[in-house]
Design a protein around this ligand. Structure first.
Ligand SMILES: Cc1cc2nc3c(=O)[nH]c(=O)nc-3n(C[C@H](O)[C@H](O)[C@H](O)COP(=O)(O)O)c2cc1C
Length: 341
């Protein structure tokens, strides 16, 4: 085999291997990068932190963003934010010079204190594997310019990508959202439709129920009845209709429908409590017909002991998740802010 042929064969193979590594990576901690002195740095060193990863340049119209980034860093550093700066000369050659020169410029002009890594490519065949992975996580394709940013949550997964022009204030709002345990719990909840074959501990189900009955109800009437199925024999009859979860929460409300709202509020409380305990849930109305009429569900139905004039309104499948569903899109235009004139 001649040398040129070997080169043609080996280079694409190596590139494919790098691509596969980037795609198979689970989170940002699977990557290593080089610091300004050329030393390897494992990103797993940043486990548990929130990361803002940015490709920068010193001669760009956006270069003053260094000031905003440093302000952000100083504000949230003690709460666990790290900003990882990767100078990149790919856009208009606006990051010339050595990494030492770049670092000197940034400390002299913007007093940056966050770590600045070695120069890298973010697009093309020499793109750093970290960037190949980052881009694949949230769509958006190639990096368009300097000062594109990726926000990474404490679990090492990409939360969002921001383009160069996006306001730092928008990033700050997302950082605050993730740092607030209540808000991050709300944002992390997803309907889970695949569960481990492991019943939930009774104590955890009790905690979830407590959260449920602490929901508001009209005049505190608490017109609801909740049945939590732990009996695995009963579950076996209905499991396949309820996402094969090991346990089921059945929420009943008066048949006249006047208290459906109260019953709905308690359901959300229970799902958020479950989320905070590492459990997954899926609220379902789909199986109600089966559960209330099908012969196969008779023993299950009889066990519920639903009060007279109450109906089974919905069920919540609950268990340890065996999947991590992505967030479904939300339509922010449904909300309108009526401002003072
Ligand atoms: C009243 C109601 C009924 C639902 N019924 C079902 C159902 O029968 N089966 C199911 O898989 N998901 C059901 N869902 C879950 C929704 O599909 C889910 O909440 C929605 O797609 C948004 O996804 P997310 O919960 O992951 O944010 C129901 C949700 C609500 C609020």
């Amino acid at each position: 085999m001649d040398k040129i042929y070997m080169k043609r064969l080996i280079v694409p193979c190596l590139l494919t291997m790098v691509g596969v590594l980037s795609i198979s990576a689970q989170n940002v901690y699977d990557f290593k990068v080089k610091d300004g002195a050329g030393q390897e740095v494992l990103l797993s060193n940043y486990k548990g932190k929130m990361l803002l990863i940015v490709n920068t340049a010193t001669r760009c119209g956006f270069t003053p963003q260094y000031k905003d980034l440093e302000t952000l860093y100083e504000k949230y550093r003690n709460d666990g934010l790290e900003i990882l700066d990767f100078p990149c000369n790919q856009f208009g050659q606006q990051a010339p010079g050595t990494i030492e020169e770049i670092h000197q410029f940034c400390t002299a002009n913007f007093n940056i204190q966050f770590p600045q890594f070695d120069k890298i490519d973010v697009n093309g065949r020499n793109a750093a594997p970290l960037y190949t992975w980052l881009k694949a996580q949230v769509g958006g394709g190639d990096i368009k310019w300097n000062f594109t940013k990726f926000l990474i949550g404490r679990d090492g997964k990409v939360i969002k990508r921001y383009e160069s022009r996006d306001e730092v204030a928008a990033i700050e709002a997302d950082i605050q959202m993730d740092m607030n345990p209540v808000l991050s719990n709300i944002m992390a909840r997803r309907s889970v439709r695949k569960y481990l074959d492991k019943p939930v501990e009774h104590e955890k189900l009790e905690t979830v129920a407590q959260a449920g009955i602490n929901a508001p109800s009209a005049m505190n009437r608490q017109n609801w009845a909740v049945r939590i199925i732990e009996d695995q024999k009963l579950m076996a009859d209905v499991k396949d209709m309820c996402r094969n979860a090991p346990n089921l929460i059945c929420v009943c409300a008066p048949s006249n429908g006047r208290f459906d709202l109260d019953a709905g509020l308690m359901g959300q409380n229970m799902m958020l409590a479950a989320q905070s305990l590492g459990l997954g849930t899926c609220i379902q109305t789909g199986p109600i017909r089966f559960l209330t009429t099908d012969e196969k569900a008779k023993a299950f139905r009889d066990s519920l002991d639903i009060p007279e004039d109450y109906k089974l309104l919905y069920v919540i499948a609950i268990g340890y998740p065996d999947e991590q569903p992505a967030a479904k899109p939300r339509d922010a235009s449904k909300v309108k802010y009526i401002l003072g004139r």
